[in-house]
Design a protein around this ligand. Structure first.
Ligand SMILES: [Zn+2]
Length: 319
């Protein structure tokens, strides 16, 4: 049964726009398993969660939807990767509106960027997956590529792979670079399944924020990897979350950063009043339960209506 997780009335006003959200579907045609920490994972059931999400989004007549990444699990047999992606994207396409996808580490375990980005219909240049869109004049959405500098997804001899491997070597002494043993506090983010936003992308973000400020637009940042240590586990953070946050804080236009990757979900408000929200994973819903939602966006706040395991929340923006 689909149960809306709490109802929040936002002062009786009509939202400017409403859109669907889902994260970490991590589908694969394999038996249920567990995460490294022992959390159950339901690789086949997550497809049903997605189906129910799309059904709900259509019922609500939402304007668009955002997938926060990791739609196919890394354990998906590699000869099935392409078909699994197609099956899931086809399901997303049953939504009566545009779906904005972003890439996650699990996507990159399955397919190289040049195959992945066209399937997900991600506007790209040089196989990078950052872009922006403005569904209504008052708001700008920025989708970051958190694996711009990454040891996964680029060819082995690519300059970005080499840069990422060296970066990890300097910061993580373990032979398995996905292991955080010995790393303390926020250093625990220096793992191979994370990545960084590169210099060129930071410059682009700077230009977008400048432009949004000029146009008096508010900005929603979307990134598979979380950007605030108070909203997510240290092990889930973007390598250079601090650089991205420093840039965001130079402007007043960014109101909220939404991400996935840290399956348990989380929330924080940072020192500049920016909300950081991590969406709960569809993958970890026991059969019959759900984790998806939709967001009503207002001038001064957003209201996330979560279903079952996705928590609802009203986020009032600072001025
Ligand atoms: Zn992830």
């Amino acid at each position: 049964m689909v149960q809306e997780n709490g109802f929040i009335n936002s002062q009786g006003k009509l939202p400017l726009v409403s859109f669907g959200v889902i994260s970490d579907v991590q589908c694969a045609d394999i038996p249920d398993g567990r995460s490294f920490l022992g959390v159950p994972r339901y690789y086949r059931h997550s497809f049903l969660v997605l189906q129910r999400a799309v059904q709900k989004w259509n019922e609500k007549r939402l304007k668009f939807a955002i997938n926060f990444g990791d739609i196919v699990d890394g354990f998906c047999p590699k000869d099935q990767s392409l078909n699994t992606f197609k099956r899931i994207v086809n399901e997303f396409n049953l939504f009566n509106g545009p779906v904005h996808h972003m890439i996650g580490n699990h996507c990159l375990y399955n397919l190289p960027r040049e195959k992945l980005l066209p399937i997900l219909n991600i506007p790209s240049h040089d196989n990078l997956a950052y872009y922006e869109f403005s569904p209504i004049p008052q708001y700008r959405f920025v989708v970051l590529d958190g694996f711009d500098i990454s040891a996964i997804g680029w060819p082995k001899d690519h300059v970005k792979t080499i840069k990422a491997v060296n970066f990890l070597k300097e910061r993580n002494p373990n032979s398995d670079k996905n292991c955080p043993t010995g790393l303390v506090g926020r250093e625990r983010r220096f793992l191979m399944f994370n990545g960084a936003v590169g210099k060129q992308q930071l410059e682009w973000l700077d230009r977008v924020l400048q432009d949004a400020t000029k146009l008096n637009q508010r900005v929603v940042i979307c990134c598979h990897l979380p950007l605030d240590p108070h909203a997510a586990s240290n092990e889930a953070l973007l390598w250079n979350y601090d650089e991205v946050i420093d840039l965001i804080h130079r402007y007043d236009c960014v109101k909220v950063c939404i991400s996935g990757h840290d399956h348990k979900g989380g929330h924080s408000v940072d020192s500049h009043g920016v909300h950081h929200h991590v969406l709960e994973a569809a993958l970890e819903c026991p059969p019959g339960s759900n984790a998806f939602g939709y967001i009503d966006l207002f001038e001064d706040r957003l209201v996330l209506h979560g279903t079952d395991r996705m928590r609802s929340r009203e986020m009032v923006f600072g001025c």
